[in-house]
Design a protein around this ligand. Structure first.
Ligand SMILES: O=c1ccn([C@@H]2O[C@H](COP(=O)(O)OP(=O)(O)O[C@H]3O[C@H](CO)[C@@H](O)[C@H](O)[C@H]3O)[C@@H](O)[C@H]2O)c(=O)[nH]1
Length: 482
C-alpha cells in the first residue's frame, strides 16, 4: 500500500488537480466482472475524477441495467464508451448440461478479443485531454491492454476480480507449494484447482498471462479485515510482480438506500418486507453456470423439506447474459410452487441480489461462492451455505467456512461430481438457520459485516486505503516527467 494519504474532499489539493487525471476502466465483459468495476467507477468518481468505462455496446448496457445499491443518474463523472458487439450465438440449451460448465463465459471471451484495437485507440486519444491516465484493467483483459503501457503518461493497474486468498493460493501452487507462513497453513487444506475450469477458460487465462506486462499496482475488491494475511503475503512476496497492493473493497455499497433504485425484479423485496426479521434464507442461481434439471428438482425438494422461508433465484439458463439465444426454462417438481406458497418465492428473472442480502429479513444465503456473492454477503453480515460449482469457488468456500467461519458447506467439494440430494440441502439449511452451530456462525457473520461496514466509512481503515490509491494516481507530475 502506498504511503500517500488524502481525504475524499481535498484530493484536488494534492499538487495535481484531480481533474487532470482520468481513469479508464477495462472490465472483462461478463457480469461478475462488469459490476465490480462499475461499483469501483462510482467510488473513484466521487473523488471528482472522470472515469471512462469501456466495453461493447451490449455489455455497457448490461452493466448499467444491473447496477445495484446506487443510482447512475446521481453521477455525471462516469462516461460509457461503446464499441461494436461482435455477433455470437450460444449453443442450444442442453437440459442435461453439467453444472460445472460456465457456457455463458464464452461470449465474454469472444467479445474481449475484439476490444484490443478500439481500447488502445481510445486511450491514445484521451492523452490529449488528461495529464495522466490510470487504466484499471481486469486481469482477464491483459491481452486487450498489452500495448497501452507504451503510451506516454499512461499507467496501468491490474484489478483482480477474485479473492486475494485464491490469487495467493494459485501462486503458491504454481511455485511448487514451497515455504508457507504458519498462519497461511489453511492453504494446505485447499482442494486442487485441477478440473475446476473447462479447457476454453484455461486457454483464455493462459493468453492473459502471456500478454501481461508489469503494472503500477494491484487492486482487490477485498478488505484487510477479511483477507489481511493473504494481501500482506502478496505484497511482501511481490507474487504478482508488484508490492503495491490496494485492498479497497467491498466496492459495492454497504448500506442499501431506503429508496429502492434497482431496475431488476422488485417483487422479492416487497415479499421480504412482509417477512419477520431474519427469517429468510436465499438460494441463488449462479450468474455464470447451469444446474441440470435433475439437480434443480433435488434442490426444490430440499428447500421444501427444510421448512424455512426462502427466495430461490432460478433464472432461465443458457441464454447468456445479454446475447441472443434460446432459453431453457427449467421445470420444477409438480405442485412445488403451490406447496411452498406463502413461505417460498421462486424468481425467474434477474434478482436484486445485493438489495436482498441487505434486507433485514435475510438470514442466510446458499451461494455458489462467486467472489461478488461472497463479498456482498460478507458486507451485509449474512452467513453462507457454500455450494461451489467451478473456478475459484471451491477455494472461496474454504475461506468462508474454514478460515472466516461465517458459513458451512452444503457438500464436500471432493464429491462435486455427484448430485446433491434433497436431504443434504435440507440439512445444510437447517444447520445454518435453526441450530446452535448456525447461531454462532450467524453471529460471527454479523460481527464481520459490521466491522467491514465501519472500515469503509469516513475515517475507517479501508477508506484511508482508498484515499491512498487516489493520492497515488493524482500525485504531482514534475515538469521533467511530462
Ligand atoms: O439474479 C441475479 C444473479 C446475480 N446477481 C449479481 O451478479 C453478480 C454475480 O457475481 P458472482 O457471485 O461473482 O458470480 P459469477 O457471475 O458466477 O462470477 C464469476 O466471476 C467471479 C469474479 O471473477 C468469480 O469469482 C466466479 O467464480 C465466476 O463464476 C453478483 O454481483 C450478484 O449480486 C444479481 O444481482 N442477480
Amino acid at each position: 500500500m502506498a504511503s500517500e494519504s488524502l481525504s475524499q474532499e481535498n484530493c484536488v489539493q494534492n499538487g495535481m488537480e484531480a481533474a487532470q487525471v482520468a481513469v479508464v476502466m477495462v472490465p472483462l465483459p461478463a457480469q461478475g466482472h462488469l459490476n465490480q468495476l462499475l461499483h469501483l467507477s462510482h467510488l473513484i468518481s466521487s473523488y471528482n475524477i472522470p472515469v471512462h468505462f469501456v466495453s461493447t455496446t451490449m455489455h455497457n448496457r448490461q452493466a448499467k441495467d444491473r447496477i445495484q445499491g446506487w443510482d447512475l443518474s446521481t453521477t455525471t463523472n462516469i462516461h460509457f464508451h461503446d464499441f461494436p458487439t461482435p455477433p455470437f450465438h450460444n449453443p442450444p440449451p442442453d437440459p442435461n448440461a453439467t453444472y460445472k460448465f460456465p457456457s455463458q463465459i464464452l461470449p465474454a471471451f469472444h467479445a474481449s478479443m475484439h476490444l484490443r484495437e478500439p481500447v488502445y485507440a481510445f486511450v491514445n486519444k484521451l492523452t490529449s485531454t488528461a495529464r495522466r491516465i490510470a487504466v484499471i484493467y481486469d486481469s482477464m483483459m491483459a491481452y486487450v491492454v498489452q500495448d497501452i503501457n507504451s503510451i506516454t503518461n499512461v499507467e496501468t493497474y491490474c484489478f483482480n476480480s477474485i479473492s486475494a486468498f485464491c490469487i495467493y493460493a494459485l501462486y503458491w501452487e504454481i511455485n511448487g507449494k514451497s515455504a508457507l507462513s504458519t498462519e497461511a497453513e489453511i492453504l494446505k487444506e485447499l482442494p486442487s484447482s485441477e478440473g475446476c475450469v473447462p479447457p476454453e477458460v484455461s486457454k483464455f487465462t493462459e493468453l492473459q498471462l502471456e500478454a501481461k506486462k508489469s503494472s503500477s499496482g494491484d487492486l482487490y475488491n477485498s478488505n484487510r479485515l477479511i483477507e489481511g494475511l493473504y494481501l500482506d503475503l502478496l505484497s511482501k512476496e511481490k507474487t504478482t510482480g508488484t508490492d503495491k497492493v490496494w485492498a479497497i473493497g467491498p466496492f459495492n455499497p454497504v448500506v442499501i438506500p431506503e429508496k429502492r433504485v434497482s431496475n431488476s425484479h422488485k417483487k422479492c423485496l416487497e415479499w421480504l418486507d412482509k417477512q419477520p426479521l431474519i427469517s429468510h434464507y436465499k438460494q441463488s442461481k449462479p450468474s455464470s453456470s447451469t444446474f441440470s434439471n435433475e439437480q434443480v428438482k433435488k434442490l426444490a425438494l430440499g428447500l421444501e423439506q427444510s421448512d424455512q422461508n426462502f427466495i430461490w433465484v432460478l433464472r432461465d439458463a443458457d441464454k447468456g447474459d445479454v446475447f441472443e439465444g434460446e432459453v431453457r426454462r427449467v421445470p420444477l417438481p409438480e405442485g412445488f410452487e403451490k406447496r411452498v406458497e406463502g413461505r417460498g418465492l421462486v424468481v425467474r428473472d434477474w434478482a436484486p441480489q445485493l438489495e436482498i442480502l441487505g434486507h433485514p429479513s435475510t438470514g442466510g444465503f446458499m451461494s455458489h461462492c462467486g467472489w461478488n456473492s461472497c463479498i456482498e454477503s460478507i458486507s451485509m453480515g449474512v452467513p453462507i451455505a457454500a455450494w461451489p460449482v467451478h473456478s475459484d469457488q471451491p477455494r472461496n468456500a474454504v475461506l468462508i467456512t474454514k478460515a472466516l467461519k461465517i458459513g458451512l458447506e452444503v457438500r464436500d467439494w471432493a464429491h462435486s461430481e455427484e448430485l446433491v440430494s434433497p436431504a443434504m440441502i435440507e440439512k445444510a439449511v437447517r444447520r445454518l438457520m435453526d441450530s446452535a452451530e448456525g447461531e454462532e456462525i450467524r453471529k460471527r457473520a454479523a460481527e464481520l459485516g459490521d466491522a467491514v461496514k465501519q472500515s469503509v466509512m469516513e475515517g475507517g481503515a479501508t477508506r484511508k486505503e482508498m484515499d491512498s490509491f487516489i493520492a497515488h494516481i493524482t500525485r504531482q507530475i514534475f515538469p521533467y516527467q511530462i
